[in-house]
Design a protein around this ligand. Sequence first.
Ligand code: PLP
Length: 388
Amino acid sequence: MPPSKKLTPSPNNMNLFQVYPLFDVEPVKAKGHYVYDAEGQKYLDFYGGHAVISIGHSHPHYVDRINAQLNDIGFYSNSVPIGIQQELAKKLGQISGYGDWNLFLCNSGAEANENALKVASAYNVRKKILAFKGAFHGRTSLAVAVTDNPNIVFPVNEGTEVLRFAFNDFEGVEKALKQEDISSVIIEGIQGVGGIESPSAEFFKHLRTLCDDTGTVLILDEVQSGFGRTGKFFAHQHFDIEPDIISMAKGMGNGFPVGGVLIHPKFEASIGMLGTTFGGNHLACAASLAVLEVLEQEGLMKNADKLGGYLKEELAKLPKVKEVRGFGLMIGAEFEEPVVEWRKEVLYKHHIFTGSSSNKNVLRLLPPLGIGKEECDQLIQALKEVIK
Ligand code: PLP
């Protein structure tokens, strides 16, 4: 036997693997539509922690429901029945209008898309995927392959056959799908990272028809645009189409990591086909149920629709604005020049968080869904002062 090597203790200088560009503000407390730094400075949240905060920070019902669940049971694996998963599925079916579909629970948006693409491929036994320019679907293997950003794709992620088209390229998409060798089409309800962009309703309808005619699965990525953010439960409901599979995350847990895949009943499940250790754990289900209950009790989708309309009107009156896009409280205001310096001033001088996108001229707004008129006015006033 070789002599065992003695481990020499290393100095304890562990640091974080630095991959995120950071704002120079650290929220240490949050309540409703605001976050607070250690000095007690209050910041209005028009970014929602990247579209995650749907019902408001630390909503009392959300806190109580998660606490109560933790006092009962916080976790057991998917090797036993977990009743609260069924409770979540039932509530989700009732609110979303997809009551006769099935639900697979996971932990993030990328994982939801990964599983959606797998279910599609298992169904039609095809490999290729059709995706769109400007798309963002996550960073895991298949999700990053269908994302339109070569900077985050590494050699191990290469190999998935992806055909990419621009929105409203009716002819190109039709020609590709008619080959009848594409497994699925994946498309965001509204492109978020891409700058709040969506194709025409006619294009969505055309995709639906083509997928039906060619045995292709239509996957709607509602990770950012779902869970009431756009004033309807899912953004695709604005376009009057029904997909085959829907992926969700972000607003689903209001900050608790939870994702899900809604699956049309034509797809058959088999034991062992999909799986995850943490997906659908008791706490995640309690968090998501609390979100749905508050969405319903406080009429938040209606508020998103109303206040989103107001905010869009006011944004359109700002100087240097080119176009204001989006539905409900998923809004993109495109300006004639980059917004990066204005966003900094809005944050550091006016204490308001806002979002950006891959289009440098687009200001992305994703506030909690209960945001009020006065808070919208506060943002508009700040923008008036910084846009010179
Ligand atoms: N899909 C869309 C449309 C997204 O906006 C995102 C994240 O921004 C993802 C998928 C990936 O979600 P996650 O970061 O939870 O993996």
